[in-house]
Write a protein that binds this ligand. Structure first.
Ligand SMILES: [Zn+2]
Length: 352
């Protein structure tokens, strides 16, 4: 991993990001600000997590800090800081008071409007047919960065996941990141490291961002209100439920941790068990109870690991689909098999 010297006097670590952003993302803000104050920024950072809005804010505030012309920016931050942050709902808000904005430096004004011709470079997926980062753009980026510049160019790749790249584009990008150039900083966004090509990850310093509560279990629970109520202790306490849970836990499928391999025959055995219980007890709570056991198996990792929170979200959806199918008179056998085999597939994707 390349590091580069970016000297800007000795900035106070708090001045780079707005207080609200630094409070929401204490780890990421500290890692970046410390590197900056030591004068040793990595050449490329991979910002992981699900909070897209905070990634953009972080990139923008960093670009402004690195290019702001204000004399006391080490102390009070760039001119841009007071203009951008998120409101309580997590929506971007732009608080602009014309008078103060006109006193902002040219670089900050450009950056505020995403119009900086040199310091802000975006490499995005093509909205057109391929949906991937165009090879041409990745190559042009390399040429553009080879030119010297008076600005500190921040290059944002807002989806660095494996499927965003054709191989030639990934190769061009790798080469560009590898060649140490002055005055340029790569910020790559990805949900988790596992989504990003290993060759790219190895050239970046990963920076984990906190997921907002609603981006994890809160959001998941909203998708499935019935599950939320079952997450409460009372759902576990009735004798009948306790008995059902005990029996389900005896199934190899459910007693195996989600990241370990399970054979399809054991999944089908679980499906058969589910079907029998369904014949006997009826009702949709069986699916909720099974998912609930998986929530317990995950031991809270879905709160910090995007991979698991996404897994859980998909699993909730499967549970809701299964209940819908029951309402639509699909056979119980069919519903259970579809539910469990799709679940098995989700688990296999975790291992992959
Ligand atoms: Zn400025």
């Amino acid at each position: 991993m390349q590091t580069q010297d970016i000297h800007l006097g000795s900035p106070l670590s708090t001045a780079c990001f707005s207080p609200a952003l630094a409070a929401r993302q204490p780890v990421a803000a500290r890692l970046l600000a410390n590197a900056l104050s030591r004068g040793h920024m990595a050449h490329a950072y991979l910002l992981t997590g699900r909070c897209i809005a905070d990634k953009w804010l972080m990139a923008r505030q960093l670009a402004a800090y690195l290019n702001c012309e204000k004399e006391d920016k080490e102390k009070s931050g760039s001119c841009l800081l007071s203009y951008t942050d998120l409101n309580d709902l997590g929506e971007p808000q732009k608080v602009v008071d014309d008078k103060t904005f006109s006193s902002a430096c040219q670089n900050c004004r450009w950056l505020f409007r995403d119009e900086h011709p040199k310091a802000w470079v975006l490499l995005s997926r093509d909205a057109g047919k391929s949906g991937k980062i165009p090879v041409e753009s990745a190559r042009n980026l390399s040429e553009e960065l080879a030119r010297t510049s008076q600005y500190l160019r921040v290059v944002v790749i807002d989806d660095a996941s494996e499927w965003a790249f054709h191989r030639p584009a990934a190769n061009a990008l790798l080469k560009t990141i590898e060649e140490p150039r002055s005055n340029c900083l790569f910020l790559l966004f990805g949900e988790c490291e596992e989504d990003v090509l290993r060759t790219i990850v190895s050239r970046c310093q990963p920076i984990p961002l906190n997921n907002r509560f609603e981006e994890n279990i809160g959001f998941l629970a909203r998708q499935s209100p019935s599950l939320k109520s079952r997450l409460e202790a009372s759902a576990w306490s009735s004798d009948e439920n306790r008995d059902l849970i005990r029996k389900m836990r005896g199934e190899l499928f459910l007693s195996t941790p989600p990241h370990k391999r399970v054979a399809e025959k054991d999944a089908l055995k679980f499906s058969h068990h589910l079907q029998e219980e369904l014949e006997e007890h009826g009702g949709e709570k069986l699916f909720d109870l099974a998912i609930n056991i998986e929530v317990e198996n995950l031991a809270g990792s879905y709160r910090t690991d995007a991979k698991y929170s996404r897994y859980l979200l998909e699993l909730f959806k499967l549970g809701e689909e299964a209940k819908l199918q029951l309402d639509h008179y699909v056979t119980k056998k069919g519903v259970c098999e579809t539910f469990v085999l799709s679940w098995l597939k989700l688990r296999q994707n975790l291992i992959r």
